[in-house]
Write a protein that binds this ligand. Structure first.
Ligand SMILES: C[S@@+](CC[C@H](N)C(=O)[O-])C[C@H]1O[C@@H](n2cnc3c(N)ncnc32)[C@H](O)[C@@H]1O
Length: 441
């Protein structure tokens, strides 16, 4: 596939000039200067009696630099930065998401590059120098149980391959750690062959790979299990037991496959337990006369589509003196659209709302009443742990689409704090003995 230059935009609009083809991106952004600082080591040397001496060490701590591929609206960045990373580069193909991203982060000019365009057009030379981490939440469309499961050859999920080409182009400048995120369907796609192929490719690039799963529901009242691949040029020495919360039995065969180079990092902390409640506290408490509640006609269509079991579930809620909330989603059974109400105080997995069929509704029932409406963008933001996300001027469908496709911020922050950051720190540590040697000299 021809790989052409991407467009760098927003804060960095004036930063890169793009030429087509395998083209040169003429970079005026001084990000290259971040290299040595990103290693957390800044030495001022002088010569005393012909011997080097450290004048100032350490300098104020600097944050390891990360790049996010498939950045979407930037929720991976929010999680990574909460754990101390500095995300200075992002790529995504969709302008609507890019627009939300730059509107939210408001990066000062020259401090961040958003390369808007196909990842197939990104080159190693486009990335910041001194990169410690590359994050890639590549598209799940062909891996999701809800789709056709074309896997890593599918139109969307095959974007994994050009991402790895960028890593290859980085050669010795490859980040010591890479992290990939996708749906858990990646583990079973084509009978496990897709996951094995992804690990093999990362192995070829020099990375040992860990595979683990984490559900956003450990942090927010949304069921959103996801699979994470963590590649390390230098894998951690301490290995975890199998199976466990992060690597359940169904992942065992990956680690048992002797043709793959894998590891299982022993993390210092377990993730929090799965939440069993929380949605009702998080939803927006809209007054009954808010126009977003559906009118009678639409509400009756909703009620009439419920199965007897669903209708009874709703009647029970309705009989309670206190209003409670549930999420509902539409399924098509034998060509007929039917609504299903979740039985618990947890939201179903938010999805991309293209075409509207995967949007979730919120049901409020109690004291004899039943009200139904679509979930609001602010509720999507809450459910993704992105409470502070700037939604000013964002169209509703743009927001729902952006959030439905995104990662859960506290889940990424947890992984980054307890796994990625220690791994990166370990990888950068070999610089220290040099300093020690200089002091001793
Ligand atoms: C699972 S989402 C990742 C969302 C992101 N982590 C976030 O927090 O918003 C996958 C992203 O890949 C982007 N994408 C799809 N095809 C792409 C391509 N060929 N090049 C670059 N980005 C692409 C989509 O626009 C989408 O935002």
């Amino acid at each position: 596939m021809a790989r052409q230059g991407c467009h760098a935009t927003a804060a960095s609009e004036a930063v890169r000039l793009i030429t087509p083809g395998r083209g040169r991106a003429v970079r005026r952004n001084p990000q290259g200067k971040l290299g040595p600082e990103s290693r957390g080591l800044s030495l001022a040397l002088s010569r005393v009696g012909g011997m080097p001496e450290i004048l100032s060490f350490p300098t104020p701590p600097t944050r390891p630099i990360a790049a996010e591929f498939f950045a979407g609206i930037g929720l991976a960045r929010m999680g990574l930065e909460a754990a101390g990373f500095h995300v200075t580069w992002a790529n995504d193909i969709e302008r609507d998401k890019h627009d939300m991203y730059v509107r939210h982060f408001k990066d000062p000019a020259n401090s961040h590059t958003f390369a808007l365009g196909d990842v197939a057009n990104v080159h190693g030379e486009d990335l910041p120098k001194g990169l410690s981490l590359a994050w890639a939440s590549f598209p799940c469309t062909d891996l999701s149980l809800a789709g056709w499961r074309r896997g890593l050859i599918g139109k969307q999920s095959s974007t994994f391959w050009p991402f790895t080409e960028v890593l290859e182009e980085l050669r010795a400048e490859k980040p010591p750690v890479v992290a990939l995120e996708n749906v858990i369907g990646l583990a079973t796609s084509h009978g496990g062959k897709d996951l094995a192929a992804a690990i093999e490719r990362l192995n070829d690039l020099g990375y040992s790979v860990d595979v683990l799963t984490l559900d956003a529901r450990r942090f927010v009242p949304q069921s959103r299990p996801r699979l994470f691949l963590v590649g390390a040029l230098t894998p951690p020495s301490e290995q975890d037991e199998l199976p466990n919360e992060l690597r359940p039995e169904w992942l065992s065969r990956v680690f048992a496959d002797s043709s793959l180079r894998t590891h299982r990092a022993l993390l210092k902390k377990n993730p929090p337990q799965l939440l069993v409640t929380g949605l009702s506290e998080l939803v927006e408490d809209l007054p009954s006369d808010d126009v977003r509640w559906w009118d009678e006609l639409r509400r009756n269509r909703f009620l009439n589509s419920l199965s007897p079991l669903q209708a009874e579930r709703l009647r029970q809620m309705q009989r309670s003196p206190r209003a409670s909330y549930r999420t509902a989603y539409r399924r098509t059974r034998n060509g007929v659209a039917m609504w299903e109400i979740r039985p618990d105080d947890i939201s179903g997995c938010l999805r991309t709302a293209k075409g509207g069929s995967s949007k979730q509704a919120v049901v409020r029932a109690g004291d004899g009443r039943v009200e139904v409406r679509w979930m609001t963008p602010r509720e999507y933001a809450f459910l993704m742990g992105a409470d502070s996300y700037d939604l000013e001027g964002v169209r509703t469908n743009q927001a729902l689409y952006g959030f439905g496709d995104a990662v859960c911020v506290p889940a990424i922050a947890w992984l980054a704090e307890h796994y990625l950051m220690p791994l990166v720190e370990d990888a950068l540590r070999p610089a220290l003995p040099l300093a020690a040697r200089l002091v001793r000299a």
